[in-house]
Design a protein around this ligand. Sequence first.
Ligand SMILES: C[S@@+](CC[C@H](N)C(=O)[O-])C[C@H]1O[C@@H](n2cnc3c(N)ncnc32)[C@H](O)[C@@H]1O
Length: 472
Amino acid sequence: MNDKKPAPGRGNNNRPANKKTSSKVAQPAAMRPGLAARLCAARLLGAVIEKKTSLDGLTDSSHGHPQYLALEMRDRALVRAILGAALRNRGTIERAINKRLERPLPDNAVALKHLLHVAVAQIFYLNLPDHSAVDLAVEAANADPRNRKFAGLTNALLRRLSRNKERALAHTLQPETNVPEWFAKSIEQAYGAEKARQILTMHGFEPPIDFTVKGNPQEWAERLGGMALPNGSVRVKTIEGSLTDLPGFAEGEWWVQDVAASLPARLMGNIKGKRVADLCAAPGGKTAQLALQGADVTALDLSENRLKRLNANLERLGFNVKTVATNLLDFRPDELFDAVLLDAPCSSTGTVRRHPDVPWTKSPQDIEKLAALQAKLLDHAATLVKPGGIIVFSNCSLHPAEGEEVARKALQNPLLEACPITQADCPGLDDLITEEGFLRSTPADYPAEKFGHDPELAGMDGFFAARFKRKA
Ligand SMILES: C[S@@+](CC[C@H](N)C(=O)[O-])C[C@H]1O[C@@H](n2cnc3c(N)ncnc32)[C@H](O)[C@@H]1O
């Protein structure tokens, strides 16, 4: 899924762009504390923007970018925080920089632009001393032959921005500019101007952490220091330290799952003792829900590696399921299932709050291709269930091409009939049910007004779900 290639080497006036050496940054033996993290952040930002490489892949703790893996844990966390802020606020940062430049930067000063974005993200959005962001950016510019001649400009520009940051931030509240134009337009087309603005505004905030719990949500809300949501999830604004240190982790009493992601598996009806297949299962959040509901679960996924993660997750939770590593399109079981869940691969545009690289790494062509794949997978899923059995289709895209349109098309499949989602299926969340009986959530649902006007406690992932029945 993730391309782990490092950022491209871009040339400047000093070196030819096609020489490998053009991307080499001098790494002094005794590097000043914090410099390696800033150089790495600029490098990874370049990989996201120029190469459309996924941030999850670049920051993977085993297979991530070597420059990232060379950092200590604390610096890795800093890099992730810088990149989160830089990507969430890309338009704001870009405008602030451009406004204070006497003349535009040369087109080939790509590495410098990433360095400046990284520095401004710290100055505007992170709780760090501005002077260290400025000094380290100047040092980083000096460490890179492509940027050395801009070290003076870097210094002057960043100091100016640091002095005027309140003004810069007050004048740059245009959330639609923080994502590529195609992305902003597609959201506006799908949801209308007002809701699109709310969605894009929510993309500026880190989401809270939702837990699906095995036991009593109210009790777990108290133990985890959060609140129980109407559907039984538990929401915590933020946690100190590691998730693995929280009560109940070692005992397998809960797993992290956005409230919206927890809804599709609740649409399966009474599956206790029934044979149920989770057809795109890894890393297993929904598989665990199906097992918790008492089903005899088969978890299928194309990726053996991801199935390993699923197995580890389910082992911690104490659930026993069968796993099958195969392409769903080749899967023909000996016996049909009572029900199937197809949580299909998608563009993930509903998860921008936690994956702010998504608008920059995905394209309209990706959405089109994934929608075509989803339609095929759903047609195949329909053949795997007994007559009268339930098929739930879901994914975490905000784009109707991957949701509503796939579901409408599936209703033309002679094997399928609609089985509309009802209020009883989503207690407290029935405003997510559409006129067609589908379920549609966005980050603007569960609005801040419901959470003491705190946007960091509000919202949910963008998700789509539709329920069908195989015709008798
Ligand atoms: C959105 S993720 C599933 C998330 C999972 N349902 C959960 O809740 O944890 C989509 C999964 O589909 C798998 N996948 C993609 N194409 C597939 C195919 N043709 N057959 C089977 N699995 C596939 C991917 O490997 C990925 O793990």
